[in-house]
Design a protein around this ligand. Sequence first.
Ligand code: 9G3
Length: 575
Amino acid sequence: MLWSKYYIPTLKEDPAEAEIVSHKLLLRAGMIRKLTSGIYIYLPLGWKALQKISDIIRQEMNRFGAIEIRMPAVQPGDLWKESGRWDVYGRELLRFQDRHGRDYCLGPTHEEVITDLVRGEIKSYRQLPINLYQIQTKFRDEIRPRFGLMRGREFIMKDAYSFDRDDQGATKSYEDMYAAYVSIFEKLGLKFRAVEADSGPIGGSFSHEFMVLAETGEDTIAVCTECDFAANLEKAEVKYADTPDSPADCPELEKVFTPDKHSVEEVAKFLKVPEEKIVKTLLYDADGQAVAVLVRGDRELNEVKLKNLLDVIDLRLASAEQVQQWSGAPVGFAGPVGLNVDVIYADQELMFDNDFVIGANEKDTHYLHFDPRRDAKIKGYYDLRQITESDPCPRCGAKIELTKGIEVGHIFKLGTKYSEALRATFLDENGKERPMIMGCYGIGVSRVLAACIEQNHDENGIIFPPPIAPFDAHLLALNPKDELVKDKASEIYDALTAQGIDCLFDDRLERPGVKFKDADLIGLPLQIIVGARALQRGVIEIKIRHSGEKIELGLDEIVSGFQEVQKKVFEFYRL
Ligand code: 9G3
């Protein structure tokens, strides 16, 4: 493709509104342009990369027996009313009416649509299992879309849905999709980890997220240094190697004056006790219930674990008024003794310890010598805290590490949540009517492009792994006014193209510096540089974008030399 006949509007500067590197580089490399908040136009280079990502996904999904379909973006509200989700989702679900006044939404996902299709078509166990998928735009009206393709409102998703006759079949479907995802992300040339994840409101019992490892990732994952344990921090369970011995007996509660000492740090310093001998009392409004949670002062509560324990829709920190009302004291002095709440839970770490400092439910006052089992009505002790790097791996006990990731895939065992709600049933071998067992499997296709750039860039621009790169090679004719250079570059272009190498030929009448900068910015894996001086020495130069390494090739060995270097690059990405 000749640059002069293509459309790549590169930018010299970072656009002001771009906060993260992938957003900056997608704009500067002329790959996307914003239409409106959270909604983007994919320009030629961006669209070409997205098509390469989609083709790899399609190839692997088909290989694992999934069948491609295409569902509408516009969905009838009636289906969402039937599934009960019309009233569960708020303004994130973009709703509208047609000319007859009927309700619709712009599809944020397609469980209802696919289940409605299947309930009308599948009647017998002989027709199961079936796995249908699509690659389609989704719309989710995020309050604050930001970070370019990372968190857009309209985005491209591959979403697949499996239907099985029994749980064993559903597990097989899940394992097949897990294997397909591993293969997809390997073939995309990305460094990733599959991690145990929380299923959230979607329902179902089990899920894995696929994370592209990048320090700018929004998610934190816990990864074991020895075994293959890996979990999203939201889900990572904390295991106690052994039950610590029961503590010594504890002196009686003693009130102490702690003038204006609210935070754990202030109280610890003032009373000269370590933070782990303080117990934080966190107050929550859980679907209207007043809930107190006790965690050690040096620990973080994991709100996802709490939400799953309480099984509530709406969990929020108590307001200052609620704190005053429930504890009788301003924020910072709440404690479990004499607290006016519906229920008190504690992190399991407190079960075998005592002699803690707690708020005394009185302004500027704390208690010493709190013994959880003696002094408070604790409903139960559960794993409620955030795992830390000093905790042992919950599987093998070895050291774990926390690292950042970008969620690009999420697979769920759904169970019968939608097949029951929409009565998608089949007749089994004995003619008995049963609900189909479902699974659903998503990949954020447009987010993969952003995550790929977050993981693969340097100060000069993008460094595309070959499978995602919009072109295989970037051919630069440094002085196109020089007939020799121009002719040789065109000859190389034709020879590479004849070998099936997809080449972007920068034939512009621009200075070499501009061409070098644009080539590094766009980040194709290999640059082929044709310059007058090198030609006089009978050579051209190849530059490997990810390492910066430059290799000279004689004019008679260009195609074979290029293919040699390309092989080296593929090996680097373990392709
Ligand atoms: C909504 C809105 C936003 C949503 C959902 C529904 C996320 C919703 C979860 C899923 C689960 C899986 C199939 C592909 C893989 C992910 N955000 N989810 O259900 F109405 Cl506004 O989408 N769906």
